[in-house]
Design a protein around this ligand. Structure first.
Ligand code: RB5
Length: 149
């Protein structure tokens, strides 16, 4: 199950990503927003990324104008590793190395085709584990205010 959410600036891009999820045969839950009325992105980031953190969804995709506000908000939630990506290379590497469980996209930064490719690569790429698991564990330790060294 993929959690998806956007703010008012990204309705059209959310539609594009939902189309991709349907094509890929992935089930999803849409956490809003549903209208073009101006809204507060942290609310929608918290809804979708919260579902990932609680284990109700395996991964999440958040879209706002830049993707920055959504990613900052999502990364405040314990257990969320949100990566803001504007191209497939970073999307691939953040899955392989960071085991990111949430992807943020900027609807005013990249076009629909690039967003689609970026999301597809992110959804298809597995975590590599190995030495990267140790580093991801360190991210969790930081979250728990534990010393790293
Ligand atoms: C909304 O105007 C805009 O601030 C929001 O979509 C996002 O870019 C915030 O980071």
């Amino acid at each position: 199950m993929i959690a998806i959410a956007c703010d008012h600036s990204a309705l059209e891009m959310k539609r594009v990503v939902i189309e991709l999820l349907e094509e890929m045969g992935l089930s999803f839950r849409d956490y809003g927003t549903d209208t073009a009325d101006s809204c507060d992105y942290p609310i929608f980031a918290a809804r979708a990324a919260g579902a990932v953190a609680r284990g109700e969804c395996e991964r999440g995709i958040l879209i706002c104008g830049t993707g920055i506000g959504m990613s900052i908000a999502a990364n405040k939630i314990r257990g969320v590793r949100c990566a803001l990506c504007s191209e497939p290379y970073s999307a691939r590497l953040t899955r392989m190395h960071n085991d990111s469980n949430v992807l943020a996209l900027g609807a005013r930064v990249i076009g629909p085709e690039l967003a689609r490719m970026t999301a597809q690569v992110w959804l298809e790429t597995p975590f590599e584990g190995g030495r990267h698991q140790r580093r991801v564990d360190m991210l969790t330790a930081l979250e728990n205010r534990e010393p790293l060294e």
